[in-house]
Design a protein around this ligand. Structure first.
Ligand code: S3P
Length: 436
């Protein structure tokens, strides 16, 4: 059984919404809560399939997680040495974040573990995490670079000074998690700024984290203490609705309670460069993640050369940016974004194929694309099973010349449960159909 979206054109986007909780922060709240001492009370948790994979894996590792409702949970931490051996392989589903962060967390446990994933995850690179963990003393095997990942367990880790070759928050976070178990200090130096949710949450849980330029340092044996962890709305989910508000011809959309961590806000800067009528109102910071409100109105978008230094700050939003570019006046050039080929799909190829099918002139480049803006026509495109591709096309299709069918959309539930309902509430016409 597969699922598809059928999208009909619409013009007005309006209302006031809250998007579901941040995926990156939700994974980290569960994992760090599990190895803290005492209970962490998590509010605004994302009950998407990716984070539920992390939750199920922690339960298999003996952690008690009490779910009061879909978004309010208590994680009963058992301290750094409190995880128990699982009875079977831990299934990470579609989630690269879950698999990579668990590699760091499990590298120093006294028992062996195996991490598996779905078809998409089973093709994604894991050596980028395994390599530095091996340098710390871990015994980890991948299957020619991809999952399943087998961790022998029982290794004594030592600190590492790691110059990270790719700008990846997942690699950084895995090494920082392993660092808690390593003798001495571990530092990670990143080549470009990546999201810093792990560092912020470690600090919130009472861990000392050194920061100097692009280097983060953590000492082995640092003790974490359970606490209250509010999860902000996911800016990566809000991005689809921001695009909808820009592409509309009437209305005003307000998105409340969105995470505005400066390591994530590249999309707001990029849409700003493209002429979006977008206002950002920051709210008071409670010492964890910055949050605020976005107000978006119909905009005349224009093409732009995307500055390469904004790429890591908007790494998950390129499907949105490709659609914005396809509907902007003039040409947009994306370079320095080779990482997009290693996401839930090869996002450069899948986006270029889909946009071309809908009549847009796109030249694929090894590390990006050149997109000439135009008008989307009716048609059928394949999302490649990629949640963010499916949602970006659903929004773009709302301003197409006729109905658009988007294939293979079930994975939208990995990050944005309720997307179709919320899209409908603000004025889009997205229907779900299932076929054998
Ligand atoms: C994430 C980091 C990013 C991002 C992913 C979530 C995280 O991946 O694409 O959706 O939570 O750390 P990389 O670290 O591979 O860039």
């Amino acid at each position: 059984m597969t699922q598809r979206f059928l999208v009909h054109p619409s013009t007005r986007v309006e209302g006031s919404i809250r998007v579901p909780g941040d995926k990156s922060v939700s994974h980290r709240a569960l994992m760090l809560g599990a190895i803290a001492t005492g209970t962490s009370h998590v509010t605004g948790f994302l009950p998407g399939e990716d984070c539920l994979s992390t939750l199920a894996a922690l339960r298999s590792l003996g952690i008690e997680v009490r779910q009061h409702d879909a978004t309010t949970i208590d994680v009963v931490g058992r301290g750094l040495r409190g995880l128990a051996p699982p009875r079977q392989a831990l299934d990470m589903g579609n989630s690269g974040t879950a698999m990579r962060l668990f590699m760091g967390l499990l590298a120093a446990q006294p028992f062996p573990t195996e991490l598996i994933g779905d078809e998409s995850l089973s093709k994604r690179p894991m050596e980028r995490v395994a390599r530095p963990l091996r340098q710390m003393g871990a015994d980890i095997q991948t299957n020619h670079g991809t999952p399943p990942v087998r961790i022998a367990g029982g290794a004594s880790l030592h600190g590492l000074r790691f110059e990270m070759p790719v700008a990846s928050a997942q690699v950084k976070s895995a090494v920082l998690l392993a660092a808690l178990y390593a003798a001495g200090e571990t530092s990670v130096t990143e080549p470009g700024v990546t999201r810093d949710h792990t560092e912020r949450m470690l600090v919130r849980l009472g861990c000392r984290v050194g920061r100097s330029g692009r280097t983060v340092t953590v000492a082995g044996g640092s003790v974490l203490s359970g606490t209250r962890i509010p999860v902000p709305g996911d800016l990566s989910s809000a991005a689809f609705m921001v695009l909808a508000g820009c592409l509309a011809t009437e209305g005003e959309l307000v998105i409340e309670g969105v995470g505005l961590n400066p390591t994530r806000t590249g999309i707001l800067q990029i849409l700003g460069l493209m002429g979006a009528d977008l206002r950002v109102e920051a709210a008071a910071d409670d010492g964890g993640e910055p949050v605020g409100r976005l107000i978006v109105r119909p905009s005349r978008l224009r093409g732009a050369d995307i500055p390469p230094d904004l790429v890591p700050l908007a790494i998950d939003e390129f499907p949105v940016i490709f659609v914005a570019a396809a509907m902007a006046d003039g040409e947009t050039v994306v370079r320095g974004a080779e990482e997009l080929r290693h996401k839930e799909s090869d996002r450069i190829r899948v986006m270029a194929d889909g946009l071309r099918t809908l009549g847009i002139d796109v030249q694929e480049l090894p590390d990006g694309a050149r997109i000439r803006g135009g008008r989307l026509r009716a048609g059928t495109i394949d999302s490649g099973g990629d949640h963010r591709v499916a949602m970006s096309f659903a929004v773009g299709a709302s301003r197409a010349e006729g109905p658009v069918t988007i294939l293979d959309t079930a994975n939208v539930a990995t990050s944005y449960p309720g997307f179709v309902g919320q899209a409908g509430a603000i004025g889009l016409d997205v229907r779900v159909t299932a076929d054998a």
